[in-house]
Design a protein around this ligand. Structure first.
Ligand code: CS2
Length: 489
């Protein structure tokens, strides 16, 4: 079967590239060219270009650790399809906003050059939580990270933070214009955080480099906060075959996604930007509240379903949420534990939001696996669950449901082999695990992980007791016992 490309698409029936490809010029560098970026940022940017007729926002995408996506997109001239799954899905669509793809691992200097280029005004990033190389204890850059140290020493930068900061440095030396760095990851205050990490990287350079660079960043670079939302499972061989059947061409870079997508952005741009609002993005001054609500309601419930599902043999999030006790646990966490602790954005109807989120989880066509959502737990549970736990404990309340999710994560860590535990801290977590995998042994052992739990949480008697309770229910009483405890305990 022929590959999707500009020339094969032109001669195929039916689908076409909506953008006039020869007119599209690069204006954005995107770090982290995974499935989410292709199904979200690339689609919003294409729609903004189509709506405004301003074609200077082509995306140069950069892969981080593996060059697979570059290999997939290169023979396809950057084209790929988005296949929506579920009720109200739009027809299959070819996206053509990616005008170049670079392997950051193999060509870090090219990445720096692209960020420094005078035509680039924006860097967007979807590098996942672990890509930020943050020290969870300080909330700042982990300057003990070997890769960060190597980037600071002046080697071709392999971390996103190194690439961005070196790109800005080159820009400042060449006197090019301002730059806006737009984080699109699920982190509270993602823009502020990125700014803090970039400044920390710059400050750690030798004095004669640090001072002018920090001054230039202060005057020329902004870091708006954003909230992104779209569920994008990993593409399967079956998905690729279905796209091929429909398209009549082979697309190795196809992505599948739910029909829903949302982007809330703070209007804090240092220079020009695409008219993303014409593509449905919302500009808001209250992005931090949007992000907190999304992380602690949607992502926290997603993680809860993933670990409860993994404990009871449910392969997908839809399977997990179809278990009525797990649905109940999510609702109780949202209403009893989360909503009392967050400040909601104006015009945010919590009841409608939670209902819509749970409906989206139940999408039977999406195939979002519990294994995928459950990956990188060490990077996610602090932001999604432990903030809720901490704030309830501080207010004298018992966060029963958020604690269930944390206990289910602990059980997942304790019952998954080191090779199978998909987590950057897998080694550290396994080293902490005792030989005995009972609640009394595992809970204190994992609470000792200071990259996740602070001293206060690790010493809270009520939290420890509740964790042991839920852990032993999952561990000893099986799916029926768990169900009973959630519904009638
Ligand atoms: C998920 C998110 O994998 C995960 O951790 O919770 O990727 C989730 O699908 C998105 O944030 C939805 O916007």
């Amino acid at each position: 079967m022929e590959r999707l490309s500009d020339s094969t698409l032109a001669s195929a029936d039916g689908l076409e590239s909506r953008l006039p490809r020869v007119s599209v010029k690069p204006g954005i560098v995107h770090l982290g060219l995974g499935a989410f970026a292709r199904a979200h940022t690339a689609v919003f940017t294409e729609d903004a270009m189509l709506a405004s007729g301003d074609f200077i926002w082509g995306i140069v995408g950069v892969t981080q650790r593996s060059d697979t996506v570059v290999q997939q997109l290169a023979p396809q001239d950057g084209l790929f399809t988005v296949a929506e799954r579920g009720d109200n899905s739009a027809p299959l669509r070819v996206i053509s906003s990616i005008v170049g793809a670079v392997s950051g691992r193999d060509n870090p200097e090219k990445v720096v050059e692209h960020i420094a280029a005078p035509t680039t005004s924006i860097v967007t990033l979807t590098i996942t939580e672990k890509g930020y190389r943050m020290d969870p204890r300080t909330g700042s850059l982990n300057t003990a990270d070997g890769q960060i140290l190597s980037d600071l020493a002046g080697n071709p930068p392999l971390t996103a933070l190194g690439q961005i900061t070196r790109g800005i440095q080159q820009r400042s030396r060449q006197g090019w214009g301002p730059l806006t760095v737009v984080s699109c990851d699920n982190l509270p205050g993602n823009g502020e955080l990125t700014g803090r990490l970039v400044r920390a990287f710059a400050a750690a350079l030798p004095d004669d480099e640090a001072a002018p660079l920090l001054a230039w960043i202060q005057a020329n670079v902004t870091f708006p906060n954003t909230m992104v939302d779209r569920m994008v499972p990993a593409t399967t061989p079956g998905d690729l075959a279905a796209v091929e059947h429909q398209l009549g061409l082979r697309d190795e870079a196809a992505v599948v996604a739910e029909p829903f997508m949302q982007w809330v952005i703070e209007d804090n741009f240092a220079g020009r930007r695409p008219r993303w609002e014409d593509a449905g993005a919302v500009f808001s001054a209250d992005v931090a509240a949007w992000e907190a609500a999304k992380l602690r309601l949607l992502n926290a419930s997603h993680s809860m379903l993933a670990y409860l599902g993994l404990a009871t043999g449910k392969a997908t999030i839809a399977d997990a949420v179809n278990e009525d006790s797990f649905l109940t646990a999510c609702e109780r966490m949202m209403f009893d534990d989360v909503l009392p602790t967050i400040h909601l954005p104006a015009e945010f109807d919590a009841e409608t939001y939670c209902k819509q989120v749970l409906g989206r989880f139940a999408n039977p066509a999406l195939g979002h696996t519990t294994a995928k959502v459950g990956s990188d737990g060490s990077q996610k549970i602090g932001l999604r669950l432990l903030s809720t736990v901490r704030e309830n404990l501080d207010a004298g309340r018992e966060p029963r449901w958020a604690t269930l999710a944390v206990a289910a994560w602990m059980r997942h860590v304790a019952t998954t082999s080191l090779e199978d535990l998909n987590d950057p801290l897998a080694g550290e977590l396994h080293a902490l695990l005792p030989a005995d995998h009972s609640a009394n042994a595992v809970v204190p052992a994992l609470l000792a992980c200071r990259s996740i739990f602070d001293d206060g949480l690790a010493a809270d008697a009520g939290f420890i007791q509740q964790l042991k309770h839920w852990y032993s229910i999952i561990d000893e009483h099986g799916p029926e016992g768990l169900r009973n405890e959630i519904l009638h305990g």
